[in-house]
Design a protein around this ligand. Structure first.
Ligand code: SF4
Length: 266
């Protein structure tokens, strides 16, 4: 079934489309975001103007194919799409895990907010159960859809999923001022999800923790886009030096001098 795309707020979607009118369920994520400084920037609050779709839409290859924009190569477009969507999709359940108030990772319980065609937030409307099992089911369903929509292989998309999981736990840990505890949750959770999700990895450089990527986002296949700072294909020492410059805030000098740094977010 092709899910409906419902304009309006997250609340509007819950009431009008999902039929999930339980006000207690609607407030579950609010209770989590209240404990997280910068929750909106983390993608846990759907903007009022966003277009909100049910999480199940993401498991539909036809719907996914219609969302792909930008690069003419569908594999590149689908990979970049998944790079953005996976990060938003896993954030509510990971936020619930980090603050100790479990939120469901099931697609049936999630809605995703889009602004100008880009995923900006996700909202979970139900209490979490077995997070690893639910994440596995959700990721498998969406990876299959993205792979079909973009004629892409599934394994590289699973690698993107593990980097999203690691990145979001890192961001949540930074928001809470407890990076060690939050990132310490990554490996056991990924092990629970199991293959083909690769183990998430981190590296500490100049006192700052970074994700050691398992994935390639294909960003540099897009004309005019920079190479990724944390590209897994870089020589380890080169990557460490670049991350050290980022950790020490030195890219601002490069930008002032008109040089485009590697994509710092990747
Ligand atoms: S720079 Fe590396 S990670 Fe980024 S798109 Fe190119 S190969 Fe992939």
């Amino acid at each position: 079934m092709v899910p409906a795309v419902c304009p309006g707020t997250a609340d509007g979607w819950f009431r009008a489309a999902a039929g999930q009118t339980d006000p207690v369920a609607e407030r579950l994520q609010d209770a989590v975001t209240a404990q997280l400084p910068g929750a909106a920037a983390l993608g846990l609050v759907a903007p009022a103007s966003a277009v909100v779709v049910p999480g199940t839409a993401l498991a539909d290859p036809g719907w996914t194919a219609r969302q792909l924009r930008g690069p003419s190569d569908p594999r590149v477009a689908a990979t970049l799409w998944w790079y953005s969507v996976s990060s938003v999709l896993v954030t509510p359940s990971l936020a619930g895990l980090v603050v100790g108030s479990p939120l469901s990772a099931r697609l049936d319980d999630l809605s995703v907010a889009f602004s100008a065609g880009r995923p900006v937030a996700a909202v979970s409307s139900a209490r979490g159960g077995d997070l690893a099992t639910d994440l596995r089911a959700s990721l498998a369903a969406v990876v299959a859809a993205v792979a079909e929509a973009g004629s892409a292989r599934e394994r590289p998309l699973w690698a993107i999923a593990t980097d999203s999981l690691a990145n979001r736990l890192l961001a949540l840990g930074q928001a809470l001022g407890d990076v060690g505890r939050a990132t310490g949750l990554a490996a056991p959770l990924a092990a629970g999800v199991g293959p083909p999700l690769p183990p998430p990895r981190y590296e500490d450089v100049a006192g700052r923790r970074f994700v050691r990527r398992a994935s390639c986002c294909l960003l540099d296949r897009v004309p005019g886009m920079p190479t990724c700072l944390s590209c897994p294909n870089r020589a380890p020492e080169e990557r460490r030096q670049l991350l050290e410059r980022l950790a020490r805030g030195r890219w601002s000098d490069e930008i002032r001098n008109g040089r485009t740094p590697p994509s710092a977010g990747r």
